[in-house]
Design a protein around this ligand. Sequence first.
Ligand code: ZN
Length: 407
Amino acid sequence: MARRMTRDELLAYVKSQIKEIDIKTLKEWVESGRPVRIVDIRERDEFEQGYIPGSKFIPRGHLEFQIEDYEPDRDAPIVLYCAGGVRSALAAKALQEMGYRNVYSLAGGFSAWKHAGLPFELPRKMTDEQRIRYSRHMLIPEVGEEGQWKLLDAKVLLIGAGGLGSPAAMYLAAAGVGTLGIVDYDVVDLSNLQRQILHGVEDIGRPKVESARETLASINPDVKVVAYNTPLNSENVMDIIKDYDIVVNGSDNFPTRYLINDACVMAGKPLVDGSIFQFEGQVTVYKADEGPCYRCLFPTPPPPGEVPSCAEGGVLGVLPGVIGCLQAVETIKLILGVGRPLVGRLLLYDALNGEFHEVRLRKNRNCPVCGETPTITELIDYEEFCGVPLPRREEEPAQAAHALEVA
Ligand SMILES: [Zn+2]
């Protein structure tokens, strides 16, 4: 029968079985950029008093359950710390038993780190209201509190507060995307209300950006709305997009579509694109470093006579709701860095048949803006004309055929 161990004997035994690291060595590792996972295993109230920069908070009670999600590699160096180095020693033993071969316990723990005058950070704290508001996000492992902070820190620019911009902006605001820029020079018209759900009857005649700002504020006061009540052109576009992480295109005309594509390629910003026509919609993500841009598909605008005008074309009112929501989803995935974005993939929605199709999009090496030898190096203001090209599979635009491949 096993002999009973005292607390001190147990600790001495555990320490003989694990590796310890001192604060000086850890500091050197961090400063030299050596890849090391630092895990703070204390309780939340301790963590909130300060933590070692770059460390991941996984309370002791959750460690064995969460460590594989955080670091699945059993050979990766992991440093565990607690307040004084006792709990982390026991925790290191537990991780060793899970097969982790390079686990260290920080001798002296956070107290030694702090008393040595080494830098520490204080975690940001959500308000009680934010904890409740975002609780359903934070319950998802892929989001969590860390992801919610990413959303709150994110800056997204919406081109247009119309059919696509309305649902996209409302869901992004509800999700807690901290800064939403909205560019729109239009005023609300009665015919907009069939689909542009940011606006109501009382907004008719008002600038769309003003109406949008009010609606978004009523959904989530955490969100800062920056309104650009101005036409987008080659003069102002770079200045407007420079402060944003991601651009969401909800414009309904070619000049803006080309302008914003070229500007995003030049500024290196991901562009979440959507378009709609009657019962059909499409959504994709243009990220020029990883996939094609809009001009890879449509190098130049079609002649003005060859596209249906918006007024003639019409659109089912709920269709932009579907496509704008898909744009919001893609935007949030990009912010969180989760999932597989629609880069190089065009998702087509056929509302009449209730079908989604995916078309693979290839980067065009000869693309005039993102290709190997770009011919377009300055922004272009095309003449205003209306319509949206839909590369339907039965009638793909000839110029885009090389870029499209049915998935
Ligand atoms: Zn391109």
